[in-house]
Write a protein that binds this ligand. Sequence first.
Ligand code: ATP
Length: 238
Amino acid sequence: AKRPPVLQIKGLTSHYGRIQALHGIDLQVGEGQLVALVGANGAGKTTLLRSISGVQPASGGSILLYEADITRMTPDKRVRAGICQVPEGRQVFGPMSIEDNLRLGAFTRPQSDVADDMEKMYTLFPILKEKRLLPAGTLSGGQQQMLAMARALMGRPKLLLLDEPSMGLAPLLVQEIFRIIVNLKSHGITILLVEQNAHAALSIADIGYVIETGTITLSGPGPALLNNEQVKSAYLGM
Ligand code: ATP
């Protein structure tokens, strides 16, 4: 039998007071898929991510995780249900060691799994192993992004939400971060990637969605969207 989608969003609306930020969003993420959501500043990407993690209430529509309705579930329950977000701007705990940051990411996990999972993270991100006893604040921006991802993965998420992971990084590091995202996908991690860097995100995405003023205006296989004339002129500067 076909597995149900990990995430299914149907007709989702969201308001800030009287201002409507999302106008009936439909979006799906299948198991093991890498789905990219791209759009300009203020299009509603962050609002949609916040709605999925539960910190922004839905005013209408529904959000399903493996067909279970989580639309009204509190954010902490969603984390326990398997939705982990890597926030924009990383937000690692600077004074704490890298290892302690990782340990925090495992707070929902049985403690017996933590050592094993930490070793897995050190295999995926060798630089974190090298620096594991140093304060996280001493890492470069790109390394902090890696730590933020590793910390989220310590919760063994069913769905990993990445909010603008390339933001503020130099081009070489952006490439590195995108290589890591592809590597995570190859390990079977299901990912929803939100990016302003439409070219990089669509290049690696199984499925892409374009959001404009709170509405999905286009969707399809990532490479097909890259070749779409509308996307080229609006987001790729061609
Ligand atoms: P960015 O890339 O800048 O983060 P975005 O695509 O994530 O942009 P959102 O931050 O989700 O866009 O914003 C969507 C819309 O909702 C915008 O019109 C924005 O002005 C509005 N908005 C966002 N946060 C608030 C808020 N706290 N109060 C009122 N309006 C808000």
